[in-house]
Design a protein. Structure first.
Lengths: 460, 100
């Protein structure tokens, strides 16, 4: 079930039905109880009247004073009955006619109440008590038909069911209206996303209901991330074009010189200097190309996302690096041992950025290492730390100081820790993180520590 | 003397005729039902309600010419009171009349 509206409707309907059911159970129970108590009070009252009406007759027995009880006890099967049982005889209301109340004899002081079937399908509530008067033990039973009461109870039940249905309908209608109103901001967001696509907007407005705001904030976060990444690849493209420009213009110069010399009918063959120069520049171009290709390879496949799981990503990355350096060290017997250690936390950092960062750190370390590279990843969801060490020649302190100075661009000539570390520095700066380079105590080479924190602007 | 005797006989006959239409009370009605001489009132009323739907407002049992007759007064929906006479032993409708 994907419709929120449907889910809300079901929830409301079931809770209203439950509530109304409970209410009905309580109210109808109370009405029935009140009705019965009212009837019972009347029965006791009539029993008292009967008892008061019993007088001694001439034969030392008992008789009921005529006209003591109302006419309702006269009409046969009227629904009101009494029966007075003494040791000698039974005096009963004319309304009982040829029927009887099933009355057990009670001891004096005892009272009892029960229901029994009366004539004409009546259900009788019978109240009975045991008394002593004028030396006689008497059992008095008074009964009243409950059918009118249950009839009105049935009528009440129907009214209540109708009312419940009406309440349910009205509530559903109101809910429908509220839900439609509440989802209107989403339509606004949708419109904004459309505008975003057309370039009319850069971020979505965050003036939306609390329930939708996190979503909008995430979208904005994603947008910022994407635009930063776009900016970075534009920079990378610019850098590449820039670095290609110098060797290419030199090559153009060389080819012009060659054309000139052949135009001057100079039969002198090209000097070895010329070829050496040509070779140097093409080699440089190839190096630049290789670097870019390698970057692309480090990124691997996989979808971009705002989560980075070292446990998933590291084995693949290490595998790629190991193969890359085996190919490069073709012929030379250099065995590279890449050890890595990581927590099982899934970090809330952009996967592509993190792969590029750790990829370049490891690439750099592999390049300079003799045999061993050690990598450690730790932190929690809000913080992330990479430590990469190698057993290579390391880096002089003054170079380190220069490399880590903020805003200083690193290039190819900077001691060979070239473009790789430059990219690392770019990423660390976009995350407002820190980059520390020092001498590795354990392995003797360079030790690079990168610390990143989730940008606070996204979370408030 | 003879006239006296005739007069007494006439008087007695008249009295008999009067007593022939005597009301029977509910104690006697129960006895008669228990002895099986008449049907239970319940049964009579079932027939009465079928014959003339309405509310039963009065019932009387009478002994008329040696047989027991139930007289049932019924108030119908139109507000008219009807008197229905049934043979108490067979629940057979004897006559029906509107009470004036």
């Amino acid at each position: 079930m994907t419709s929120l509206q449907k889910r809300l409707r079901l929830g409301l309907a079931s809770s209203v039905i439950l509530l109304m059911g409970l209410l009905w159970w309580m109210v109808s129970g109370a009405i029935e109880k009140f009705g019965e108590e009212f009837v019972q009070a009347r029965l006791v009252h009539d029993a008292d009247s009967l008892l008061a009406g019993l007088q001694a007759d001439n034969n030392n027995g008992l008789q009921l004073t005529a006209g003591r009880m109302g006419t309702i006890y006269q009409t046969p099967f009227s629904g009101h009955y009494f029966s007075v049982i003494t040791q000698e005889k039974e005096i009963y209301s004319r309304s009982l006619w040829d029927e009887t109340l099933k009355t057990p004899l009670l001891k004096k002081g005892d009272t009892r109440q029960w229901r029994e079937k009366g004539p004409s399908g009546q259900v009788l509530l019978v109240w009975s008590g045991g008394f002593q008067k004028l030396g006689h033990l008497i059992t008095v039973a008074v009964a009243k038909d409950l059918t009118p009461l249950s009839k009105s109870l049935v009528r009440f039940n129907w009214y209540f069911a109708g009312l419940s249905l009406l309440v349910l309908m009205v509530l559903l209608l109101i809910q429908h209206y509220i839900v439609r109103r509440s989802f209107r901001p989403l339509e606004k967001v949708r419109q904004e996303v459309k505008n975003l696509q057309q370039g009319a907007l850069l971020t979505l407005t965050e003036e939306v209901p609390d329930e939708v705001r996190p979503l909008v904030q995430e979208v904005n976060h994603l947008l910022r991330l994407l635009s930063e990444r776009l900016q970075r690849s534009r920079n990378a493209m610019g850098n590449l074009a820039h670095s290609l420009k110098a060797p290419l213009s030199l090559l153009t110069q060389l080819s012009q010189q060659g054309a000139q010399s052949s135009a001057q009918q100079d039969d002198r063959p090209a000097t070895p200097d010329f070829f050496e120069e040509l070779n140097k520049h093409t080699h440089h171009i190839r190096q630049l190309m290789d670097r870019e290709l390698k970057r692309a390879r480090l990124m691997g496949q996989g979808s971009p996302g705002a989560r980075f799981s070292p446990q998933e990503e590291m084995p693949i990355l290490v595998d790629v690096l190991q193969r890359m350096f085996e190919v490069r060290q073709n012929g030379v017997d250099k065995k590279l041992d890449i050890q890595w250690l990581s927590t099982e936390v899934v970090f809330m950092f952009d996967r592509d950025d993190m792969l590029e960062l750790i990829g370049n750190l490891l690439d750099n370390a592999c390049k300079w290492a003799d045999h061993q590279v050690r990598c450690e990843i730790n932190g929690d969801e809000q913080h992330l730390q990479f430590i990469v060490e190698d057993d290579g020649p390391g880096c002089p302190d003054e170079e380190i100081a220069r490399l880590t100075t903020r805003g200083v661009r690193l290039d190819e000539s900077a001691l060979g820790h070239g473009l790789g570390l430059s990219i690392v520095k770019d990423i660390v700066e976009t995350y407002d993180g820190s980059l520390i380079m020092e001498c590795s105590a354990g392995l003797g080479g360079l030790k690079v520590t990168v610390r990143l924190g989730v940008r606070s602007s996204v979370w408030n | 003397m003879k006239n006296w005797r005739v007069a007494l006989i006439v008087l007695f006959s008249l009295l008999m005729a009067v007593f022939a239409r005597a009301d029977v009370n509910h104690d006697k009605a129960r006895q008669l039902k228990d002895m099986g001489e008449i049907l239970p009132l319940e049964q009579i009323l079932q027939v009465a309600r079928r014959e003339h739907p309405g509310r039963v407002i009065e019932v009387e049992l009478e002994k008329e010419d040696g047989r027991y007759v139930y007289e049932v007064e019924i108030l119908d929906k139109r507000g008219e009171v009807w008197e229905l006479y049934f043979d108490a032993a067979s629940a057979e409708l004897i006559k029906r009349k509107r009470e004036n």
